[in-house]
Design a protein around this ligand. Structure first.
Ligand code: PDD
Length: 277
């Protein structure tokens, strides 16, 4: 297996970083997770655009132009003969330099990307998943896809220990997003989700969900709902590159709607599947 790096393609076992690497010591970097269906990237443009936005927001210079990034990501799939369902993890950090909080001078960014096989979560997509709620204790710039994932990791671990698939985060009882997904509530055929402010990651799948909702004739309202609204919801679902459009059938002890994936969610799932194939 080959990795794409800022130094070219290298064998997986050959990538070595000094211990003074800013991604390791400060979480000083950004990342992307890009989905691949049948050997083809899905929403590649959205991911590359967001990567450049994230990098710019924390003042890291991408080692490649956008054009080069597309070419190299294609080359990554070719080098690894990818023809199945998979994902690419790409990480960009401020580079390797003696430890100092302030940026190092004239140090190139470190980038690597690798492919990992990833079958679709077929059973969960059909049956729906359970979730828990957790306070959103993250910083004010959640639109940056930062490597600093400790609050997300803690929230997801809490979910995992309770046998749940995802932790739904809230600020003052307003639902922002999941620990690694965006969150939606359906009531009377209308879809509600937190607006794309600095308080959430602007999901690539979220953008598609918005477009597909409109195509299907479901009003898509960018307004935060509260924890209290969950008891009254008809349906809920989450979205991400790895979870796709995933029905949520339980939040803490509350059964969502009938306790089964609802019709709006299922129509969106079908539309998503068509879009991605
Ligand atoms: N996470 N919100 C957060 C906090 C996320 O980490 C993610 C994705 C999303 C959904 O974004 P997208 O639709 O672009 O995948 C929303 C990835 C999958 C991860 O960290 O593994």
């Amino acid at each position: 297996p080959y990795l794409l790096t800022d130094q070219g393609f290298v064998n997986r076992d050959e990538l070595r970083y000094p211990f003074e690497e800013r991604g390791l010591q400060f979480g000083d970097g950004v990342y992307e997770v890009i989905r691949i269906y049948g050997g083809q990237y899905y929403l590649i443009k959205e991911h590359v655009e967001r990567l450049f936005r994230s990098a710019k927001a924390i003042k890291i210079k991408m080692p490649f132009s956008k054009e080069e990034t597309y070419e190299k990501l294609d080359e990554l799939l070719k080098q690894n003969n990818v023809d199945q369902d998979a994902k690419v993890y790409l990480q960009l950090t401020r580079g390797s330099a003696p430890r100092d909080h302030a940026f190092p001078k004239d140090v190139p960014a470190n980038l690597y990307a690798y492919v990992q096989e990833m079958p679709r979560k077929v059973d969960a997509l059909q049956q729906g998943v359970t979730t828990i709620t957790q306070p959103d204790v993250r910083w004010d710039y959640c639109y940056i896809k930062s490597l600093n994932l400790l609050p997300n990791v803690m929230a997801k671990q809490e979910a995992t220990e309770k046998g749940a698939f995802e932790a739904i985060l809230h600020r003052n009882k307003k639902v922002t997003e999941g620990s690694s997904s965006n969150v939606y509530l359906v009531k009377d055929g209308i879809i509600y989700t937190h607006p794309a402010t600095e308080n959430i990651l602007h999901g690539c799948v979220r953008m598609r969900v918005e477009a597909l909702s409109r195509q299907l004739g479901f009003p898509f309202i960018q307004a935060a709902f509260s924890l209290d609204d969950i008891a009254e919801a008809d349906e809920m679902f989450i979205s991400s590159s790895t979870a796709e459009v995933m029905p949520v059938v339980k939040v803490d002890n509350i059964t969502v709607g009938t306790g089964n994936p609802g019709p709006v969610t299922q129509q969106l799932q079908q539309a998503y599947e068509k879009d991605a194939s």
